[in-house]
Design a binder for this molecule. Structure first.
Ligand code: ADE
Length: 263
């Protein structure tokens, strides 16, 4: 997979792209990620990338021209079909994403879908946003990383690139498997984990994890995952894959809690 990030602050990506798992995956040739500076594509004398909004209002907007030229240049370089004469959504080989609080929420499911793409282009906005025309013509999808407003799309692009990249086969070592973690297929949050020592500041590791009975360990972890999800994100339980027995137990427990509160 190739991820091109279009930004007016490419230097923000230096450490993120070179460190840890992403750095290793890039070196191993499993993924290519490049940050491209939008500013040199500006046709204006002073390489401006922003201007005042028509109709007035606070702040500045990113202009369409430098972004459109930057997207075209990146597509040409990769041989991707995203020239301006194509309609939005027409190109199959590349997905062009604008990071914005207005976008669809980034979820593990969306990350999984995007990890199957060959080429992602991530556009980072700044100031009060981007001229709508460049979004209409060149962007396939707007993605938000949460219900809050950042100063720009760069942190969003890093989050998206990171969570998509780790789903690409080979990027995580087998010891870092994405199978059992929060938001995996079962839709549950992750169970608690422990490592050495067996006792830390008076707190022992749960005995079941030390006994070597793998069936009991799996059952304990499953129970804990359901408990943590119920406590912290009960909204996820509606969509989670639970057995009839597990659902019945949850209903019984919540009825018991309801009764004990009523007493
Ligand atoms: N840019 C500003 N806020 C954002 C958000 N919440 N998600 C993605 N990009 C953004």
């Amino acid at each position: 997979m190739t991820i091109d990030i279009l930004t007016i602050f490419p230097e923000m990506f230096d450490s993120v792209l070179n460190a840890s798992i992403l750095g290793r995956a890039r070196q191993a040739g499993l993924i290519e990620i490049e940050a491209t500076d939008i500013r040199p594509f500006s046709a204006s004398k002073h390489k401006n990338t922003d201007d005042y909004p028509f109709g007035g209002g606070a702040g500045m907007l990113m202009m369409a021209q430098p972004i459109a030229d930057c997207i075209r240049a990146v597509c040409d370089k990769r041989g991707a079909p995203c020239l301006s004469n194509l309609e939005p959504h027409e190109s199959a080989d590349v997905k062009r994403i604008y990071l914005s609080p207005r976008g669809v929420p980034l979820t593990q499911k969306l990350a999984q879908e995007l990890s199957g793409e060959e080429h992602l282009i991530l556009l980072c906005g700044h100031y009060e946003g981007v001229d709508q025309r460049v979004l209409d013509k060149y962007i396939d999808l707007e993605v938000s990383i949460g219900d809050y407003v950042l100063t720009g799309g760069e942190l969003g692009a890093m989050v998206l690139a990171d969570c998509v990249a780790r789903l690409i086969p080979g990027v995580l070592g087998s010891e870092e498997s994405p199978q059992d973690e929060s938001f995996s297929d079962a839709g549950l949050l992750e169970y608690p984990q422990y490592t050495r020592p067996r006792e830390f500041e008076g707190m022992p590791v749960p005995q079941v994890l030390l006994d070597g009975n793998h069936a009991k360990i799996a059952a304990w972890r499953r129970e804990q995952a359901i408990r943590v999800t119920q406590e912290r994100r009960p909204d996820l339980l509606n969509m989670a894959t639970l057995t009839e027995k597990e659902r019945r137990k949850l209903i019984e427990e919540s009825a018991e809690q309801h009764d004990s509160r009523g007493k």
